[in-house]
Design a protein around this ligand. Structure first.
Ligand code: 5AD
Ligand code: SF4
Length: 461
């Protein structure tokens, strides 16, 4: 009998990947994904704890889910299992159970391979059996997940590394995701091959600290990320490779060489800097300074002159002075980023920075982030404008808002749309001449036949 499974994903791309794998784990039990929590047999909120707002959203959504659960269970026989997964579950599991009596199940990011067991227990229970599993189990979850991955989009995520040992003083990740772990190289290659067989053309390798990757190679020895990228590049039908999120400290020569040598590796890199002031970077325990970041960027651009960067920024870290903030602004002017995420510092319980003195007042954070975002938006628009007249390869992934429009991504992750192509162009990489540049997207016209034709078998309906 099929059952309805509603999964809502908050936060990062790793959560998107995890949600997909949870669906894979539950599929053999008859759970099929649905788009609405109303009437579902199981609801999973896969949560994010990185900033305060992300966590708050979970609690407000739980309020809505409570009503759906009541409605579903009103007849006394049906059941709706409500589960909270992900980093909020890991960080605040017990508290969450206390605060939200209707939550049946809480499990962290390292235990979702045990979901079938947990779900069976919850379904078997007469009355309620509340389950909490926020272990960091001795067994590796990846070894216990189904070997088969389900069909994904033309562009798919693949987790290769998880956890973090860097302990930036603002960040919850080392506490919620645990110690760094790299999956064996061949497991990744096999998963990538399966994705490609099922229609994927672009893979983004994921890890909290993806370039710390050091997985077992097939013949003993370790693979670095550079090596893994070379191996993945050999897969026919895989046309584009990306990886995120990187740490500047772990950009090694092998990875830089991969950017020089591998045409499938897209010339776009998300390399968080967080701040431009050495004093702040040190207080953040970032293990890099402004000069070393600049040096890495120079080396990367020497290896791959087309390379463009995106980054993450935190403003208003404890003790950040006006001068420190100006250093961040100067860094942005000097390096230039074509996309960026910037956040006001949000104290996270249990992290060293939350207990630091000299917390920056909210209005100061607001003023700084507005200035920074204005500069970053300017740089993004300027890059988009520079694309006018250029020819760019775009992987078409979905229908656009307008009738007859298809949308895909440029090598630089810019959404790009084109009109007048048949539906069968979805999943193709087409060359567009860019004729329109907006702050967040591009428009273009077809200049060429698809770069590579795909056989119909591999097409995703
Ligand atoms: N406050 C604000 N931003 C944060 N980030 C991580 N922790 C915090 C925090 N406590 C940002 C960093 C990181 C991105 C994923 O989220 O910029 O790179
Ligand atoms: Fe968090 Fe720093 Fe690790 Fe990134 S490198 S996950 S910011 S601790």
């Amino acid at each position: 009998m099929t059952k309805k499974l509603f999964v809502k994903t908050y936060g990062c791309q790793m959560n998107v990947y995890d949600s997909q794998r949870m669906q894979d784990v539950l599929a053999p039990l008859g759970y099929q994904p649905v788009d609405d929590a109303a009437g579902a047999d199981m609801v999973i909120l896969n949560t994010c704890h990185i900033r305060e707002k992300a966590a708050e959203k979970v609690f407000s959504d739980l309020g809505r889910i409570r009503k759906h659960k009541k409605a579903k269970e009103a007849n006394g026989t049906d059941k709706m299992i409500v589960a909270v997964a992900g980093c909020v579950a890991q960080a605040e599991g017990a508290e969450l159970m206390r605060r939200e009596p209707m939550v049946d199940m809480v499990f962290g990011p390292q235990t979702y391979h045990r979901l079938p067991e947990m779900v069976a227990r919850a379904n078997r229970a007469v009355g309620r059996d509340r389950i909490i599993d926020t272990d960091f189990p001795a067994e590796e979850k990846f070894d216990h997940l189904p070997q088969q991955v389900s069909r994904q989009g033309y562009s798919a995520f693949l987790a290769i590394q998880e956890g973090c040992d860097k302990f930036c003083t603002f960040c919850v990740v080392p506490y919620t995701r645990g110690a760094e772990y790299s999956r064996p190289g061949m497991d990744i290659i096999n998963e990538a091959r399966q994705l490609v067989e099922k229609g994927t053309r672009e893979i983004t390798l994921l890890g909290q600290n993806v370039n710390a990757y050091h997985g077992d190679g097939p013949n003993g020895g370790e693979w670095t990320l550079g090596r893994l990228l070379r191996e993945l590049s050999e897969i026919d039908g895989l046309d584009r490779i990306r990886y995120t999120t990187s740490h500047p400290r772990d950009v090694d020569d092998d990875l830089i060489a991969a950017h020089r040598d591998l045409p499938k590796l897209m010339p776009f890199l998300h390399l968080p800097i967080q701040a431009g002031s050495d004093r702040v970077l040190q207080a953040m325990n970032r293990k890099h300074d402004g000069a070393s970041y600049r040096e890495i960027v120079t080396k990367l651009k020497d290896a791959c002159p087309d390379l463009a960067l995106s980054s993450d920024f935190i403003v208003g870290f404890p003790g950040e002075s006006d001068k420190d903030f100006e250093d961040t602004m100067q860094m942005v002017r000097d390096i230039t980023f074509i996309q960026a995420f910037s956040f006001k510092y949000s104290p996270r319980p249990g992290t060293p920075a939350s207990a630091m003195e000299l917390q920056v007042p909210e209005p100061v954070k607001t003023e700084r982030i507005m200035r920074l975002q204005a500069l970053l938006a300017e740089q993004q628009l300027e890059f988009n404008r520079k694309c006018l007249g250029r020819e760019m390869d775009v992987l078409l992934e979905r229908h656009g808002k307008l009738e007859g429009q298809l949308v895909g991504k440029s090598p630089y992750m810019q959404p790009a749309h084109v009109s007048g192509l048949p539906e069968s162009a979805l999943g193709q990489i087409v060359r567009l001449k860019i004729t329109e540049a907006l702050p967040n997207s591009l428009g273009g016209e077809l200049v060429d036949a698809p770069v590579q034709n795909r056989d119909s078998e591999r097409k995703i309906a």
